[in-house]
Design a protein around this ligand. Structure first.
Ligand code: FES
Ligand code: FES
Length: 161
C-alpha cells in the first residue's frame, strides 16, 4: 500500500499542512480534506472547467493536477476570491444578468472570467467567448454569461483613473 506524503501549501491565504496519497487529485483534496466544496467536479478529465482554481496566479483544472504537485504553491479557490471581495462585482453581474441557473458551472466560470478580466483592458465579446470556451454550461446558453462578463469589464474600465 502507498504511504501518504506530507505536503504544505497556501490555500486562500492560509498555510495548510496535510498528508495525501500520491494519486489524490487537487480537486478531491480541496473538497474532501479542506471542505472547499465550491470547486466542483463535472467530467473529471479536463474538459468541462467546473474544477478551475488558481495555482500561483494561473488558472488550472484541479482534476488534472495531483495534490502533491501543489506542494509549496499558492492556491486560490472560489471561496478565496469570493471572501476577499475580488469578484463581488462579477458575482453581482452574474445575478443581474441571469448568468447562472443550476450554478454548477458557476465557480469555474467565475474563476475563468476573472482571469480574463485581470488580463484585458477592453471588453470584447468574441475574446470573452474564446477565453470561456473551455468552461461548459448546460443551462444558460452562454449569452447571459458573456453579457455579465462584458458588463463587468465595462464597469471596471469606467472606474479606472
Ligand atoms: S472536472 Fe475538471 S475539467 Fe471537468
Ligand atoms: S448554470 Fe447550470 S451548468 Fe451552468
Amino acid at each position: 500500500m502507498t504511504a501518504p506524503i506530507p505536503i504544505s501549501l497556501d490555500v486562500n491565504g492560509e498555510r495548510v499542512d496535510a498528508q495525501v496519497l500520491p494519486r489524490l487529485n487537487l480537486a478531491d483534496f480541496l473538497r474532501e480534506q479542506l471542505q472547499l466544496t465550491g470547486t466542483h467536479l463535472g467530467c473529471e478529465h479536463g474538459v468541462c472547467g467546473a474544477c478551475t482554481v488558481r495555482v500561483d496566479g494561473e488558472i488550472v483544472r484541479s482534476c488534472l493536477m495531483l495534490a502533491v504537485q501543489a506542494h509549496g504553491a499558492s492556491v486560490q479557490t472560489i471561496e478565496g476570491l469570493s471572501d476577499s471581495g475580488e469578484v463581488a462585482d462579477l458575482q453581482a453581474a452574474f445575478r443581474d444578468r441571469n448568468a447562472l441557473q443550476c450554478g454548477y458551472c458557476t465557480p469555474g466560470m467565475l474563476m475563468a472570467a476573472q482571469d480574463w478580466l485581470k488580463r484585458q483592458v477592453e471588453p470584447d465579446r468574441e475574446r470573452i467567448r474564446q477565453h470561456l470556451s473551455g468552461n461548459y454550461c448546460r443551462c444558460t446558453g452562454y449569452q447571459a454569461i458573456i453579457d455579465a462578463v462584458e458588463m463587468t469589464a465595462l464597469a471596471r474600465m469606467s472606474r479606472k483613473p
